[in-house]
Design a protein around this ligand. Sequence first.
Ligand code: ASP
Length: 439
Amino acid sequence: MRKVVKFGGSSLADAGQFRKAGEIVRADETRLYVVPSAPGKRFPADTKVTDMLIRLYKTAAEGGDVDAQIARIRERFEEIVEGLGLNIDLDGEFQEITRVMKEEPYLDYAASRGEYLNGKIMAEYLGFTFIDPYDAIFFNEEGALNSYKTEKVLSAMLSETERAVIPGFYGQGKDGKVKTFSRGGSDVTGSVVASAAKVDVYENWTDVSGFLVADPRVVNNPVTIHTITYRELRELSYMGAAVLHEDAIFPVRSKGIPINIRNTNKPEDEGTWIVESTAKKPKYTITGVAGKRGFCAILITKAMMNSEIGFGRKVLQAFEENHISFEHMPSGIDTMTVVVHETEFMDKEQRVVSAIHRMAQPDSVEIESDLALIAVVGRGMKSTRGTAARIFSALAHAHVNIRMIDQGSSELNIIVGVENKDFETAIRAIYSIFVETRL
Ligand code: ASP
């Protein structure tokens, strides 16, 4: 068994958290490759080091005085180094950062220094080899990961290194400069390293014990998801249940490597397993429920629509021409509904309506706003009868009026549209019927 372990910012926010991460790595000798984030928040009102660095870059780019900010950033790292009793001299590192900020400041370099320095400290603390992703992770001209080159170079390096620390979040751009992934990108690095090293598990250590069946801000103390498939995760994260960077899925998924989300503050919890496919029966019929507010539904009616070839295409073209992507499209015999994000649609509303009239000549176009969409997701739904009925009766009992229903033929999820004001009541009712009463 071989593992890659990635630690998020809150797991490395100070010396105390670093120590917990160190214990986790030492507790299991199969934890061979460590991917650290930059130090995150130590308390809710604290500032993440990455955000301090981005601010530093802005000051530098405007020609402002960077010294005080650099000193504050340095304090965060000195506190960790001292707290761990390490003997690392950060002088040279900070001289170089100061030089770049004064002479040729650029954003990605600044933003990446939190991971870089945390990586140096972690390597020293664990006694592992430091691999700079600048030499191992490459981006292409479009700014996307160059997986081919990265895989080749990184796997060669890792095959010669038994234990290593590879900082998250950045690599080398096509122009030879440091380049970062988008925010939260250390998750992607973890996945890329796991794939290149062909490990058995990618452990992603954070400050929660895995994914929860529902949003804890809506449902009181929701249970944890034990196992979720990549496809289920995609459905839930699309609806806003975010714990993992989206691009972190592909590299490991294509190699069949499972991701295990774990809690640095509660290492005894098993966390959540994200897998390609599983024979494990889910404990509940649903794996998760998540949703978003702020959708609009455009209802298009036309007599004999069902026999008119090309009608749907013409309607969708009206949206395409206005650069609006649609979310769902449930349809009836003579009706078709297109669901879009309110914020994307509002300004272009009348243009879209007239385009639909021009292109598809419908009988009527009606717009409904203030809709919330809720996705009830679960691989267990396929083999269970009456899931939809249970959702609908739970919502009826909670006095929630359903405005729209959409079930894909994969039977992995059922999407219901309700009014914005009923959003939380609806999520609680669905959670309660499936998890608390375990129907
Ligand atoms: N430190 C970076 C950020 O705050 C990347 C990461 O933590 O994954 O976005």
